[in-house]
Ligand binder design. Structure first.
Ligand code: ARG
Length: 464
């Protein structure tokens, strides 16, 4: 079998010689698609049981095949299985070994199917597991964020727009913003998982088969909702992979935004958060350094995940129906993206679980940059009945006065304030503090600790 001069035992009937070494190198996928061994065996076991039930092969052949496949699986899992490049891919490697183990019945396994529906099936099963893993990874991350939000619902921090201090917000509110993002990621993954859950097995090469197969039976055995309805589509569809990659890309984008914030927040200039030693590294030359490497790598992982998405979109673009060998280039993209995403999710969950907000620095920063100027303008509207545009103008003059004097808004005297607008009273100082400011933002979805706690309760209940 490993003799390259011989034609391929699986499909070589019409070939006089074996492939050129370069042909074998470009054609073989076994180096990577061996990751689908378990799925391949699971699919073949279901197929064999169905063939027997339908009287297409005998029960004893099906039994031999199904038992033999378990032996192959244990060889793979214990690392004794010898993969062969000459056998191209996981499908033919497994079948060839099955033949060595059980003999003649192995040759009956491929009845009523093709490698085209087989690979679509294996890859779908593999990708479906990754959707499930991503969904539970997101659950874990969301739970870690909920703990942060609950514990620090009252901690004030600056809210930014343009990375300029805008208005005070709460740590809890900031954490809950990411809960919303990651919950959308989870729901995207769940949608895609539900959409992909149709079995391609039995589509055969492209046209279906003349054998009286029972596609409902194999679909059910493999956890699918139903068999796919069009055999041409079934063997050439890779939407499930594209949807995994696109939802992963969006999720990785969210992870990178959060990672970027953690990098900034943990710097000596910000000191908003302390990251644990478990997710930081030191410098080999600068003894004082503690680097947020995990956050930086999470920030970077989106690069390869987006790359995989664009890579596979490009492979699929313009492919005529049905199967083309181009589609063998689908797997490495998804494998790499899935590995990157799971690692990034786990690392982020660990970091979030360990991180500690630096309450004092956050409070000082929250009060800086005239962050309660909007509260002052709102007070002028509410108490003095001023149109908001005029209030905005008066507040602007007060900010300028404070800035020129090198003080914050609450440090201005009442006389100074009245020099800008005579009707301002002492009561204005009540709205200039950051805690009052956040507590007043009670509109639905607002930053007030009360609202944040309601959201934490809602999500906690939802996650069960
Ligand atoms: N290794 C192939 C792949 O990953 C399996 C399908 C091969 N089908 C074929 N008609 N050559 O796509």
């Amino acid at each position: 079998m490993s003799d390259k001069k011989q034609s391929n035992a699986m499909w070589g009937g019409r070939f006089a010689s074996g492939p050129d070494a370069i042909m074998e190198a470009i054609n073989a996928s076994i180096d990577f698609d061996q990751r689908m061994a378990r799925q391949d065996i699971e699919g073949s076991r279901a197929h064999a049981a169905m063939l027997a039930q339908q009287g297409i092969i005998t029960d004893s052949d099906a039994e031999a095949i199904r038992e033999g496949l378990l032996t192959v699986l244990s060889e793979i899992e214990t690392g004794t299985f010898k993969y062969s490049k000459a056998l191209e891919d996981i499908h033919m490697n497994v079948e060839a070994r099955l033949k060595e183990i059980v003999g003649e019945p192995a040759g009956r396994l491929h009845t009523g199917r093709s490698r085209n529906d087989q690979v679509a099936l294996d890859f779908k099963l593999w990708t479906r597991d990754q959707f499930d893993a991503a969904i539970s990874g997101l659950d874990a991350l969301i739970k870690a964020l909920l703990v942060q939000a609950e514990e620090h619902a009252d901690v004030v921090m600056p809210g930014f727009t343009h990375l300029q201090v805008a208005q005070p917000v709460t740590w809890g509110h900031h954490m809950m913003a990411y809960v919303e993002m990651f919950a959308r990621d989870k729901s995207r993954m769940m949608d895609a998982r539900a959409r992909m859950n149709e079995s391609p097995l039995g589509a055969a090469a492209l046209a279906g088969t003349g054998f009286n197969i029972d596609r409902d039976m194999t679909a059910k055995a493999l956890g699918f909702d139903r068999p796919s309805a069009n055999s041409l589509d079934a063997v050439s569809d890779r939407d499930f992979a594209l949807e995994f990659l696109s939802s992963s890309s969006i999720c990785a984008t969210h992870l990178s935004r959060f990672a970027e914030e953690l990098v900034i927040w943990s710097s000596a200039q910000f000191r908003f958060v302390v990251l644990s030693d478990r997710f930081s590294t030191g410098s080999s030359i600068m003894p004082q350094k503690k680097n947020p490497d995990a956050a930086e790598l999470i920030r970077a992982k989106v690069g390869r995940i987006n790359g995989s998405l664009v890579g596979l979109l490009t492979v699929m673009k313009g492919l005529p129906l049905a199967y083309s060998k181009d589609m063998q280039e689908d797997k490495e993209q998804v494998f790499d993206a899935a590995d990157s995403l799971m690692l990034a999710l786990a690392a982020m969950t660990g970091m979030v679980g360990d991180m500690k907000p630096n309450v004092e620095s956050l409070e000082v920063a929250a009060a800086s940059g005239f962050s309660t100027a909007t509260d002052l303008a709102d007070w002028l509207v509410r108490e003095l009945g001023m149109p908001f545009r005029d209030a905005h103008h008066v507040t602007g003059a007060l900010v300028k006065m404070a800035e020129d004097g090198g003080v914050d808004l609450p440090d201005l005297t009442l006389e100074q304030m009245q020099s800008v607008h005579a009707d301002i009273t002492d009561a204005v100082f009540g709205v200039l503090g950051v805690h009052n400011s956040v507590a007043s933002r009670l509109s639905y979805g607002g930053t007030a600790p009360k609202r944040v706690r309601e959201q934490v309760a809602r999500w906690t209940k939802e996650l069960g």
